[in-house]
Design a protein around this ligand. Structure first.
Ligand SMILES: Cc1cc2nc3c(=O)[nH]c(=O)nc-3n(C[C@H](O)[C@H](O)[C@H](O)COP(=O)(O)OP(=O)(O)OC[C@H]3O[C@@H](n4cnc5c(N)ncnc54)[C@H](O)[C@@H]3O)c2cc1C
Length: 456
């Protein structure tokens, strides 16, 4: 089903519930699809119906400031790509989609200043045109920079930090409309607590990001690597490119695809036709092998700009399967082998409900609420079919299998780990809570998610 048809035929469901989009998208018999009114707003994945009664879209920071002082409960909204209710509000969601410009580029300091609603797909081509690039991108460019940084969104690469690690300055509009400017240089004691903020501090109106000279990249894919080869040579495999991602359905002790993304401004060695038991792929493919590769960035070693190679999905294309749910869990990289083995044992249980899993690596950082805080990390991601009742049963199995390795979940995806476990896994959690209480003393940016996971 195409996305437009899917949206047109979506019908009413229970507000504020994570639900099965397949059930909720059945056409209503009494009306033609084009007559059906969308009575609820949902996230991109269509598994969450937002409870917020209002959606505000200010066209200037001044308009936002005025609005902020008028509304009670509120929350910044990005491109709605999170799979849980982190971006919801009991009353008003505020989208900065109209504030999506590059404000300036400072060549001498290697920074770009951007408005709070810009998406990577809007930012990246403009940066490239002007001779600049970002260090890394996620699997898709369609998300906002502010939303991605708020949840610790990441790409891959043993030397690459999450997307939030390049933030140098932020402007936050607080609940009373006051603008607060904070920077790594001037506020070194708290800045690390502000960037991965779960949307709890205020609405981010401006960000300053580190940039670098633009570069080209290529990606090469190898198929069917024996699992034990991958586990036995994990560091070497994950360091064989600037960004390396492995995809698997956890069947037959095989890692189905290794996507090796390399910058061509750095030495590129010939990896040959065989790579740790896998064979070089001779066509463009989708991570979900049965899907058309049309939406995917070019492969087979074809060189192109960084923003059209580091993500798996192209700008202006439908990323992933759309009709899906996502979960992702993080453990310290030293446990990569044991963690992968523990998940592989559950493979047959996942099979009916799993589109694909992805394994990536992320470098440690110092951001208090980052899933990569002080630890080089391996990420194990699951793209599920839209069957929440079954996925809900599988998540505790995964979480239990990874528990011995000090697991952290992705803030913007689906998980069932409890508040206590989460809070205990973040050393600086009490300091973050204090920041929330300082900048949002009346709890205007609180929502069900923050009440469930963060507020004590
Ligand atoms: C197909 C798909 C692929 C994905 N791939 C990856 C991946 O490769 N790596 C990865 O780590 N994640 C990935 N994700 C998850 C996604 O990157 C995160 O959920 C991210 O937060 C989404 O950004 P968004 O702009 O949609 O933010 P939203 O989901 O709209 O919001 C997320 C959080 O940011 C806050 N927020 C947004 N804008 C503002 C603002 N201006 N001011 C204050 N707070 C704000 C919200 O309040 C909320 O707390 C993927 C998701 C999808 C659907």
């Amino acid at each position: 089903m195409k996305r437009n048809d899917f949206i047109k035929t979506s019908s009413l469901a229970i507000a504020g519930t994570i639900l099965n989009p397949l059930v909720s998208c059945l056409p209503k018999k009494s009306k033609e699809p084009e007559q059906v009114t969308l009575l609820e707003r949902r996230n991109w994945g269509r598994n969450i119906i937002f409870k917020a009664k209002n959606l505000e879209e200010p066209s200037s920071v001044e308009e936002l400031q005025e609005l902020m002082s008028k509304v009670g409960f509120k929350k910044g909204l990005g491109s709605t790509h999170s799979y849980n209710d982190i971006a919801d509000s009991p009353l008003t969601q505020i989208s900065l989609r109209k504030l999506n410009k590059i404000i300036s580029i400072d060549e001498s300091n290697s920074t770009v200043t951007i408005e709070g609603g810009i998406k990577y797909e809007e930012l990246a081509p403009q940066l490239h045109e002007r001779g600049f690039a970002l260090a890394n991108l996620a699997s898709l460019p369609q998300v906002t920079v502010a939303g991605a940084c708020a949840t610790g969104t990441h790409g891959s690469g043993t030397e690459n930090g999450s997307l939030a690690t390049v933030v140098r300055e932020m402007e936050i509009c607080l609940a009373d409309g006051q603008l607060l400017n904070l920077s790594r240089e001037i506020n070194p004691d708290i800045f690390d607590g502000l960037v991965v903020n779960l949307g709890g501090l205020g609405v981010i109106t401006r960000l300053v990001l580190e940039i670098q000279p633009t570069y080209d990249a290529r990606q090469d894919i190898y198929l069917d690597l024996p699992l034990e080869n991958v586990i036995g040579n994990f560091d070497e495999i994950m360091s064989s490119g600037y960004s390396v991602c492995l995809f698997t359905k956890w069947q037959n002790d095989i890692l189905d695809q290794a996507w090796i993304k390399r910058r061509v401004d750095q030495p590129v060695v010939d990896l040959g036709s065989e790579f740790f038991g896998g064979r070089l792929c001779d066509r463009n493919i989708h991570p979900i092998i049965d899907m058309s590769a049309e939406a995917c960035t070019d492969q087979m070693g074809k060189v192109g700009p960084w923003y059209d190679r580091l993500p798996h999905f192209r700008i202006n294309a439908m990323p992933s399967a759309f009709d899906e749910l996502q979960s992702e869990f993080f453990v310290p990289i030293e446990h990569a082998g044991e963690a992968i083995r523990a998940i592989a044992k559950l493979g047959d249980k996942f099979l009916p409900y799993l589109y694909i899993s992805e394994i990536r690596t992320i470098a440690a950082d110092n951001l208090w609420m980052s899933q990569f805080y002080k630890r080089d990390t391996v990420a194990i991601h699951f793209t599920w079919k839209s069957n929440w009742p079954e996925v809900q049963k599988l998540l505790p199995l995964i979480e239990a299998a990874l528990a011995p390795f000090s697991i952290r979940p992705h803030w913007g995806k689906l998980y069932t780990i409890n508040k206590k476990t989460i809070q205990e896994s973040y050393e600086r959690f009490p300091d973050f809570l204090q920041l929330l209480k300082t900048y949002d003393p009346d709890g205007r940016f609180r929502n069900a998610y923050l009440n469930r996971i963060i507020y004590t």
